[in-house]
Design a protein around this ligand. Structure first.
Ligand code: SF4
Length: 444
């Protein structure tokens, strides 16, 4: 059972010396209880406290970092079963498969796609994460050639998929310094695979056909000196994956089976409906998902779903308040005020761009609430608009004094006029109508 902050506090030295980086032992205890601090930060813990706290305060799912450099990413370190309880922290890496039976050109093209393809959505650049190089040919030479082609193209995180230690060894000579992930150790080969993983400081996928065997194999690999492991629950159907992955998460976060406290690996290529497997993996606890290069529609769906699941449900996605330009607006350009809820901003911005009428967007801070909600909650009010006009220097940007407000903020129009001295024009409720509105109504 996880300890509560007060129980942890009783085990701390209570010197309040600040050496852990926290102002008091109590705040350090609260961080430990939330899994947000490491006991090693306090130099004064006695052995008893270390052993009690070590077992109960470390994150229930180990954080594992894949790759090195700019495109490396961390997975694991999750604390809840349901995102509404807290949030999910580390989105799964989606890796595209390349096979050593493909030509060098094909391998290069897939790797370059992972390196370059970006979907920009609600202000974030969404990308795929790396490549999984499969030893389909079964030969050492072809595998090394495929790995070399990937290496030549991009410094992305890699999964080396082979159960042949000789092929893995040849590949690791080429890419070992990038700490690739080896897939997979099984009950039959784990000693040889662990030796390679240890030699090159690799992450390791462990695969077994039952959860009991997976627990044992995870223990064996850790005992061999490989602590950074991912669990492949070896599911044959989507239902099976859902059951096993949920069981792993539940047993790990409740600390009922600490040996399952590792991120989950999913090879979506083994399922008939790969799109469904990817979606299930994103929603139900996969941390690394290996997939064939996706069609544009499937790619967009996967990246969008991942972004949605891994945003904090308790915090609306927000824009920074300020004055934003659409096109190159001049002194007579319209000024449209709206809230800093990202979805509102990007929806309106998209429609404004398509009108091709250069304008200013004045974004006010409603703490990420939508127009309707912020009006109802009193977050959007005349003082906020008046202060934003001053703070962001809107008066210096245009010669007129006319402000277009969203249709849902119409009840505030009189009060905004009084507070700002600007003439307020009430725009449409639906952002899709803004183009027509500007064409018909806007006169500086
Ligand atoms: Fe307390 Fe240890 Fe932090 Fe000092 S270093 S404030 S004793 S928890």
């Amino acid at each position: 059972m996880p300890l509560k902050a007060l129980d942890i506090y009783k085990l701390l030295p209570r010197k309040n010396c600040k050496e852990c980086g926290d102002p008091t032992c109590l705040t350090f205890a609260m961080k430990l209880a939330a899994g947000k601090a490491d006991i090693e930060l306090c130099p004064y813990l006695d052995e008893n406290a270390k052993s009690v706290l070590g077992a109960t305060t470390r994150p229930p799912i180990r954080r594992v970092k894949l790759g090195v450099g700019e495109r490396s990413f961390a997975v694991g370190e999750e604390f809840v079963l349901y995102r509404h309880d807290k949030t999910f922290y580390h989105p799964p890496g989606i890796m595209f498969v390349v096979s050593d039976t493909q030509s060098e050109e094909e391998i290069t093209a897939i790797t370059a796609r992972v390196r370059d393809e970006t979907l920009t959505r609600v202000g974030a650049d969404l990308k795929f994460n790396g490549t999984a190089i499969v030893n389909t040919s079964g030969t050492i030479e072809a595998y090394a050639k495929a790995v070399a082609a990937v290496e030549k193209t991009a410094g992305l995180p890699e999964v080396l998929v082979s159960e042949n230690p000789a092929a893995l060894a040849a590949a690791l000579v080429l890419c070992g310094s990038y700490h690739p992930t080896i897939c997979a150790a099984t009950p039959e080969n784990y000693k040889q695979i662990c030796a390679l993983a240890k030699q090159y400081a690799c992450r390791l996928v462990v695969r077994a056909s039952t959860l009991e065997a997976l627990v044992q194999l995870a223990k064996d690999c850790v005992a061999e000196g490989v602590p950074d492991i991912l669990l492949d629950p070896g599911a044959k159907t989507l239902g099976d994956f859902l059951y096993r992955s949920t069981a792993v998460r539940q047993l790990a976060i409740t600390r009922a089976v600490p040996d399952l406290g590792y991120p989950v690996y999913l090879d979506a290529t083994t399922f008939e409906d790969e799109d469904a497997a990817i979606a299930l993996g994103i929603v139900k606890y996969a941390s690394v998902i290996v997939a064939k290069p996706l069609s544009p529609a499937s790619a967009k769906a996967a990246l969008t779903l991942r972004q949605n699941i891994y945003t904090d449900p308790q915090k609306p996605i927000q824009m920074n308040p300020g004055i934003y330009r659409v096109g190159t607006p001049g002194k007579d350009a319209p000024v449209l005020m709206t809230v800093n809820f990202s979805l509102t901003y990007f929806t309106l911005q998209g429609y404004l761009e398509s009108t091709r009428i250069p304008c200013f967007m004045l974004i006010v801070d409603t703490e990420g609430l939508s127009v309707l909600t912020s009006v109802a909650a009193g977050k959007l009010n005349e003082s906020l608009v008046r202060d934003a006009i001053k703070k962001f220097g809107v008066e210096g940007e245009v010669n007129h004094r006319k402000l277009i407000i969203p249709g849902y903020a119409a009840p505030l129009s009189g009060r905004i006029e009084e507070a700002t001295g600007w003439k307020v024009l009430v725009g449409p409720r639906d952002a899709a109508e803004i183009g027509e509105y500007l064409v018909q109504e806007w006169k500086p």
